[in-house]
Design a binder for this molecule. Sequence first.
Ligand code: SAH
Ligand code: MG
Length: 215
Amino acid sequence: MKDNIHRYIEGLLPPREGLVVEMEQYAAEHQVPIMEPVGMDTLLSMLKLQKPERLLEIGTAIGYSALRMAEAVPHLQITTLERDEDRYKKALHYINQSKQQNRIRVLFGDALELEEKVSKDGPFDAIFIDAAKGQYRRFFELYAPMLKKGGVIYSDNVLFKGYAAGIDAPTKRLEKMVQKITNYNEWLMAHPDYDTAIIPSGDGIAVSIKRSEEK
Ligand code: SAH
Ligand code: MG
């Protein structure tokens, strides 16, 4: 979704510094799909408004978004999950060099199998889903019970380069992925226990607020 508006906003963002820049360069060189600057900035603003104390992230990659969130939100404790061993190690490497190492716990393994370990760190005020796009609903259903009432689930990449909104996907494999995302979006928007808005920033971020009372 690199339209003119996006490029304009990206150009206005202040330059990042230090370790974060190093991580952005590593991600670009090794094709690690970290959050893009405008989407990251939007997510950080929402977190600054929400002021969560405990956040679960599904999809650490090299720890970029975890570090940015920890730096942006005072006192935030993050538990983050990654199943790729090289990325997990890289995340530890970067986080241990940062000033936020006591606030970020990285767990290695498939998010669909880490429920027990994760539950020890909950309940959570926020959950950030940014992992395998085909499994968003499963992640959501598995971890939503650990989210406090009034808590927020943020889902990244829900517009998937605009394909979700009808831009033709170039391959059959991508088409299938798009179908999974649009199914997720429809399910999410209709979920009776959550109020959801989709923000067309970055690659699309869904913001789902857990209702205090059942409908
Ligand atoms: N949030 C990161 C980017 C995450 S990229 C950032 O913005 O900096 C998505 C990551 O999710 C990949 O590294 C991938 O290995 C991981 N992933 C995908 N499916 C997963 C699963 N089921 N369990 C744990 N990690 C998963
Ligand atoms: Mg993402």
